[in-house]
Structures are given as C-alpha cells and as structure tokens.
Design a protein around this ligand. Structure first.
Ligand code: FE
Length: 144
C-alpha cells in the first residue's frame, strides 16, 4: 500500500476522498486524518470491499466478538466519527455491507479491504472530542 492511499479535494470543512483500490479502509481513513490534522469530525462513505472484520460488543460480559467475512460486498453505508483517545486520533466506524444475495451484514467496523470504489466524505468539526475508557460500560466513551 502506498503511503497516501487516497486522493481528495477539500471544500470548506468537508473533504471528498477517493480511496485507492485494495487499501485497508480503516487505516487509510486514519492516515488521511493524521496527514490532514483532523482530530474531530464525522465520516460517511460508500464503495465495495472483498473482506471485512466486524465487531459485536456484548455489554453484559464486556467482551468483543469479532468475525471476518470474505466475499465481495457493497459498502451500503459507512458511518462514524473522529475523536481522540489520550491525544491520538480515534475512529469509531460502523458499516452495513450488502451481499451478493442482497442481504446485509452490519456492525462495528474493525478492518475491510477495498475492492472497487471507496468514496468517503469527512466533515471536520472545530472542537476537541476526547474519549476515556469507562470501566462501567467497558468502552471508550466520549468525555465531553
Ligand atoms: Fe461501535
């Protein structure tokens, strides 16, 4: 993967991004944010992938269940936010993937590999959005 796995244009606080085919999209979005000093914002996107690992959080056990799906899928929706944890960029992304049989998979997005287009929009938010780990909930929640 190249060091800049994207091309983009900026329009005010919005960035229109085209991800390079075959990139890992979560890392590519994090790289974009680091490259452009975006530490708070919202993310949206569509495109296609051929493998994705989704995470499900069980609040009663505070454990994660991760599952990888390896097949061609549409990114029907990618949505999430950009914040910081201990000063580092922190992405919270969810995705809905459409399968060949037109059913959908959804969950918290850990990783996915682009297979086709990756059309992302980021809107920068002029604020600091820190997180902290909540032992009670078991997640890195907003600390606003
Ligand atoms: Fe989540």
């Amino acid at each position: 993967m190249s060091t800049t796995p994207y091309t983009f244009i900026q329009a005010g606080d919005k960035y229109i991004i085209s991800l390079e085919n075959h990139c890992e999209i979560v890392e590519a979005i994090a790289t974009f944010c680091r490259d452009n000093n975006i530490t708070a914002g919202i993310v949206g996107g569509i495109g296609a992938v051929n493998t994705a690992t989704l995470r499900f959080f069980n609040p009663s056990t505070k454990k994660y269940i991760d599952k990888t799906f390896t097949e061609q899928m549409e990114i029907a929706n990618l949505t999430g936010n950009i914040s910081t944890l201990h000063g580092n960029i922190y992405l919270h992304l969810h995705a809905t993937f459409g399968r060949e049989d037109y059913t959908a998979l959804a969950g918290h997005l850990l990783t996915a590999t682009l297979s086709g287009a990756g059309e992302i929009v980021i809107e920068r938010i002029d604020a600091t959005l820190p997180r902290r780990f909540s032992p009670e909930i078991g997640l890195n929640i907003y600390d606003l």
